[in-house]
Design a protein around this ligand. Sequence first.
Ligand SMILES: N[C@@H](CCC(=O)N[C@@H](CS)C(=O)NCC(=O)O)C(=O)O
Length: 219
Amino acid sequence: MIRLHHVPGARSFRILWLLEELGLDYEVQNWRLDDGSTRSAAFRALSPMGRIPVLEWDGLTISESGAILQTLLERHPDSGLAPAVTAPDRPRFLEWLHFAETQAPILEQLNIQHIFLRPVEARSPVLMKLLTKRLEVTMKVMETALENRKTLMESGFSGADVMLGFNIPAVFRFVRRDSYPRLSAYAEAMAARPAYIRAMARAGADTLYTRDFYETPNV
Ligand SMILES: N[C@@H](CCC(=O)N[C@@H](CS)C(=O)NCC(=O)O)C(=O)O
């Protein structure tokens, strides 16, 4: 039995997408982040950190999208979605995997600054600008990596693309695509994968972003 605890638009999409890539049967339990339910005792029993995603899998309950993804791939070594533990490119794979959680918290902070923080006077244009610049640094790393290949790993599509591919649509809410043609094409290629499309169909609507683009204040 595999049960994914999920919120539309949240990092649990990475796991939904991976489960589809692996062709596994699973159920999805939906939660909301705006009704206090992830602070309930029932949810804290699953995830003491109170965060989404959580995966229940044959008696194991595990949080942290990167750890869940790595565990699933280690238990499906024939998937071709991760280099073997002793392979020379394994460290590079792990580097990308964890880099996704260097980039995602910058997005989280931008969401707070542009969308959540009230009153609006509490928002900081200087911080918005700084965060956008930090986001661009992470994007440039990816743009450079994609210079001679279509995936983050030279060996082809992998779990690293699932971790970071999830981030990219949100990245383009804050930084225009024009300077990132390869990253833009990469986002489109990821979104065209059949497993991604199936995962989107199960994910439910993300209602976070009400604008296509959030302009960085000119300060
Ligand atoms: N590093 C964690 C981050 C998990 C995380 O922060 N998830 C968000 C949703 S994308 C969440 O649960 N937020 C609720 C909160 O911050 O209280 C992971 O990759 O799973």
